[in-house]
Ligand binder design. Structure first.
Ligand code: 2AM
Length: 176
């Protein structure tokens, strides 16, 4: 209906094998902590959109169609902790220009549609725990997980009885 809204974000999908590597690293290097994100939900947000009214969804897709961003590789090699959202995450210490450009272009699209933008600098990350109230324990080894990204996605975040689930609604290729 004209009133239906969806909670959306642009992001990078991780392959099952990368998700599994992250899950294994977490198991070995961190004790059980509060609010673990299930491995199936591991992803990298590019631009958060929030609730997008149906009448804006076509424009959103059309503007994403016009982007011509480059593919890139990432090495996930560091852990971080944000006390305010209580999020423990891992991410790349080196952020390729292509990734910054992509995230910047996507949040510009959000801005043009009047959707809530991010004021903070873009920090690519994979959230591992969402309810971690204090600094994480020092871990034995930093992660060292590489992945190549040849597309970006529009995700829908669906709340469910078993927690949130992410569904890819659309994919766009990155230029190699
Ligand atoms: P997080 O992993 O750092 O929590 C789906 O909810 C994705 O959008 C998550 O990756 C989440 O980031 C991000 N997200 C959720 N709410 C957000 C907000 N208000 N601002 C920015 N990003 C948000």
């Amino acid at each position: 209906s004209a009133y239906s809204i969806m909670r959306l974000f642009f992001g990078l999908e991780l392959t099952p094998s990368v998700k599994l590597s992250i899950e294994k690293w977490r198991e070995i290097n961190l004790p059980p902590l509060a609010g673990p994100v299930p491995a199936a939900n591991f992803h990298i947000t590019l631009a958060f959109l929030g609730t997008v009214p149906v009448h804006q969804q076509e424009a959103l897709l059309a503007q994403a169609d016009r982007l011509t961003n480059q593919a890139f590789n990432l090495t996930i090699d560091q852990m971080g902790y944000w006390p305010r959202p209580r999020t423990l995450w891992i991410g790349p210490s080196v952020v390729p220009v292509a990734l910054n450009n992509l995230a910047g272009n996507l949040s510009a699209i959000a801005g043009r549609l009047g959707l809530p933008g991010e004021n903070r600098d873009y920090v690519p990350h994979i959230s591992l725990y969402r309810k971690q109230a204090s600094n994480p324990p020092v871990c034995l080894m930093q992660p060292d997980i590489s992945a190549s990204f040849e597309q970006f996605c529009l995700f829908e975040s669906r709340p469910g009885r078993q927690g949130v689930q992410y569904h890819v609604l659309a994919r766009w290729p990155l230029d190699s």
